[in-house]
Design a protein around this ligand. Structure first.
Ligand code: HEM
Length: 499
């Protein structure tokens, strides 16, 4: 079978060997000929062929050079970069000029079926070449998020029951209580004064209070809360998808040194949370902190602390960004707002959070603003083949070991799947097409999907049903979007009026 070695076909190999020997002989340089032939032989022996190039080809190359790709992927340009690549290559897979450690190729995938296959594939893992950089946020300590194998498995297995139905009922109680407090203390005064609300700031405060209580039974002091939010902002901005030069020569950059100090502070806070739990005479069984502290498979408390930081990050920023994007979308679309309000107000208060219409609105806002913008990403554990549409063309191969970006934004904003994709049209979810259903995976899939999905869904439904049934929202400032770990809004100001 014809094979390819280090980019050369068998015939190229034979040809080059003959040329090397021939040229050297012609020049009567026997030694160089021997060296040339030996080098080619070594190449042939040690570089395993990635795939049969007669039958398969690599994905088409994205027309962006190394520097341009790094600049786009490591800054907020990433928001539109993958969409641009997809448009330019006119194919559902593309080779990216973005080297990922320990991965032979980096591939962009924009295909719902293939994304599902990859995410559900048992041999496929998190791309450690990418996610290991996240450990800098926890001062170099390993996290279940950034690992495959036993470090991931024992932690995830122990924590997962903390998001089961019975725990979610308890967390829903916490969500309701904290939302009422926030409404009385913050929203009501701003609404009655007609004061614009910095909605992302308010939602971060609310969701942070909820996760700290519901998952960690811990109340942050004002100072701890401010430090936590500042430290997260600084470390995530500095370390996530960071520029490779800064990653390697971090000690030369004052901003990196500052972020390293903040990472230590984050770990100190997480260790305080562990100590507070151990001192608690009556801890609630089955909470996230309970499952972490009781899990004997951690090497030490620092590993526990790292997982706590991961869950604090996952547990508040994501929900806060979703809530803020939703309320902005509603405020921008008064007729849609009216329809939702009317329906919610016709229901009794207990039923409101389970409103089907509200679920459709949440879906539509999540579709327009998918938080997990560049991902999911993985390292494929086997070859994946993409059938070519053109029978005269070879099929495309994503070789085992490649890093794969599967940005769901490219599916959610694909005109072929979602007609009028730029518009907020909740009614499109009344009768979703098969393609829409296949593309729908805002929490990822497979064994590395979102561990907090049930809590996030419960929070969104509970908070939004309470707000939308009782307040009307108008845009004062639309703000914009930014990206650090997730896509999140900045500078949105809304005016709330009690109905
Ligand atoms: C609307 C809110 C949320 C969205 C849209 C969201 C979305 C996601 C997505 C897309 C992933 C990656 C899945 C993958 O790589 O296949 C993920 C992972 C994760 N999420 Fe969420 N999430 C949300 C809320 C939460 C909450 C509330 C928590 C925690 C309480 C959380 C904790 C995590 C963690 C720890 C992971 C990593 C799981 C692992 O590595 O095994 N998320 N989330």
């Amino acid at each position: 079978m014809p094979r390819m070695v280090g980019g050369l076909h068998d015939e190229d190999f034979v040809f080059l060997t003959i040329v090397a020997i021939g040229v050297s002989l012609a020049l009567q340089w026997i030694e160089p000929a021997a060296i040339g032939a030996t080098l080619l032989l070594v190449w042939r022996l040690f570089f395993k062929p990635p795939f049969d190039t007669k039958q398969y080809r690599l994905p088409p190359k994205a027309p962006f050079g190394l520097i341009e790709t790094i600049q786009n992927i490591t800054t907020k340009q990433i928001i539109t970069f993958f969409l641009r690549v997809h448009q330019k290559v006119n194919c559902n897979v593309a080779l990216l000029n973005f080297p990922v450690p320990k991965c032979n190729y980096t591939v962009l995938v924009v295909d719902a079926d293939l994304t599902r296959d990859i995410l559900n594939d048992k041999s496929t893992t998190k791309a450690e070449g990418i996610v290991k950089t996240f450990e800098r946020v926890t001062d170099g300590e390993s996290q279940f998020f950034s690992n495959n194998g036993p470090r991931f498995y024992h932690a995830r297995k122990a924590i997962a029951p903390a998001f089961s139905n019975s725990q979610i009922n308890r967390m829903n109680g916490v969500t309701r209580e904290k939302t009422e407090e926030w409404i009385q203390l913050r929203l009501e005064p701003m609404a009655s004064n007609g004061e614009p609300i910095d909605i992302i700031h308010e939602m971060v405060e609310l969701t942070l209070t909820i996760i700290m209580d519901a998952a960690f039974e811990y109340t942050l002091t004002k100072e701890e809360r401010e430090n936590l939010l500042t430290s997260l902002d600084i470390t995530l901005r500095e370390f996530i998808f960071s520029n490779p030069i800064k990653t390697t020569f971090g000690f030369l950059f004052p901003s990196v040194l500052r972020a390293r100090r903040k990472a230590k502070e984050l770990m100190a806070l997480a260790n305080n949370i562990i100590r507070a739990y151990r001192k608690n005479p009556n801890p609630t069984p089955g909470t996230v902190i309970d499952t972490i502290v009781r899990n004997p498979n951690y090497r030490n408390d620092n590993e526990r602390a790292a997982d706590i930081i991961v869950l604090i990050i996952g547990g508040h920023e994501t929900s806060a960004a979703s809530l803020a994007f939703f309320l902005r979308e509603l405020a921008k679309n008064p007729s849609e707002q009216y329809i939702l309000q009317k329906q919610l107000r016709e229901m009794n208060e207990e039923e409101r959070k389970d409103s089907e219409l509200l679920r459709m609105y949440i879906r539509e806002s999540t579709r327009l603003w998918p938080l997990s913008l560049p991902g999911p990403f993985r390292q494929v554990g086997r070859d994946f083949v993409v059938k070519s549409n053109d029978p005269s063309e070879r099929d495309i191969m994503i070789p085992k070991g490649s890093a794969v970006f599967m940005p769901i934004i490219c599916l959610f904003q694909n005109e072929a799947i979602f007609e009028d994709h730029e518009r907020f049209v909740p009614s499109r979810w009344e009768c979703p097409t098969e393609d829409m259903k296949k593309a729908w995976m805002p929490f990822g899939l497979g064994n590395r999907n979102c561990i907090g999905q049930s809590l996030a869904t419960c929070e969104l439904q509970s908070i939004l049903s309470r707000l939308c049934a009782n307040y009307n929202f108008e845009v004062v400032e639309e703000g914009s979007e930014d990206f650090s770990l997730i896509l999140h809004p900045v500078g949105i100001r809304l005016k709330a009026t009690k109905i």
